[in-house]
Design a protein around this ligand. Structure first.
Ligand code: IPE
Ligand code: IPE
Ligand code: MG
Length: 225
């Protein structure tokens, strides 16, 4: 089995999972976050070097106030736990997306998480939070335009690699495999630039039920050479 170096996941289906158990949507998110802790260890065990997960999209702000508040509360506790697990499991954590719309204390915790794990040499774990590809590309274009206007970059020298260096993923290799759980066949504004050549794997399994066996199934499905 060829193990992909970088796996990107759209962890979808928490709400439907909770509904199927007669529970509120936010309970599904709590179980989804717990599952993510397990999948991180499983991914590293099977030899994956980079794992990028979609935690909250720029579109997810449109959900009910109650759900967004619940998710933000969950991200607070998840980030704190992740500071510990990153230390225990030697994970290097990066954050993708625009953190400025998040509450100050959450921004601080995320910074601490990135800073405290930056020298770790195990799994590279990337959290996409308030992430949207169009937003990422627009921010990159704005920054690049400013550098051109300031005379730091000559527009004639802009190529794919220079543009790539302005993205949130600048020093992360492109994913080899993208997994979306819960049966939805769309990208939902995830890593549009980075997935240009990535293999896609869709499964009906809802995220809280996605386990090591399912991960191995996804990985062995790929045609990587
Ligand atoms: C994915 O689960 C988690 C987030 C988007 C935060 P959903 O909340 O989208 O679950 P479904 O799609 O409604 O079942
Ligand atoms: C994508 O899932 C975003 C995350 C997993 C964080 P959604 O469930 O929000 O996607 P759409 O909006 O239904 O396409
Ligand atoms: Mg969904």
């Amino acid at each position: 089995m060829n193990i992909p170096q970088h796996v990107a996941i759209i962890l979808d289906g928490n709400g439907r999972w909770a509904k199927s158990k007669g529970m509120p949507r936010n309970y599904g998110h709590v179980r989804g976050a717990k599952n993510l802790e397990k999948i991180c260890r499983d991914a590293y065990d099977i030899g994956i070097k980079y794992l990028t997960v979609y935690l909250f999209s720029t579109e997810n702000w449109k959900r009910s106030r109650e759900e967004v508040d619940g998710l933000m509360k969950l991200f607070r506790s998840y980030t704190k736990t992740c500071i510990k697990t990153a230390r225990e499991n030697n994970m290097k954590v990066r954050v993708l997306g625009d953190p400025t719309a998040l509450a100050d204390d959450l921004q601080e915790s995320l910074k601490e998480l990135v800073e405290s794990s930056k020298n770790n040499t195990g799994l590279n774990f990337n959290l996409a939070i308030n992430y949207g590809s169009r937003d990422e590309i627009t921010r990159a274009a704005r920054k690049l335009a400013k550098d051109c206007a300031a005379g730091k970059v000559n527009p004639d020298t802009i190529d794919e690699s220079l543009f790539n260096s302005y993205l949130d993923t600048n020093d992360i290799p492109d994913p080899d495999l993208m997994i979306r759980t819960s049966g939805e066949l769309r990208l939902s504004n995830y890593l549009l630039w980075q997935l240009a050549y990535t293999e896609f794997y869709f499964t009906d399994v809802l995220w809280p039920d996605f386990n090591k066996k399912e991960l191995i199934k996804a990985v062995s499905y790929t045609h990587l050479t």
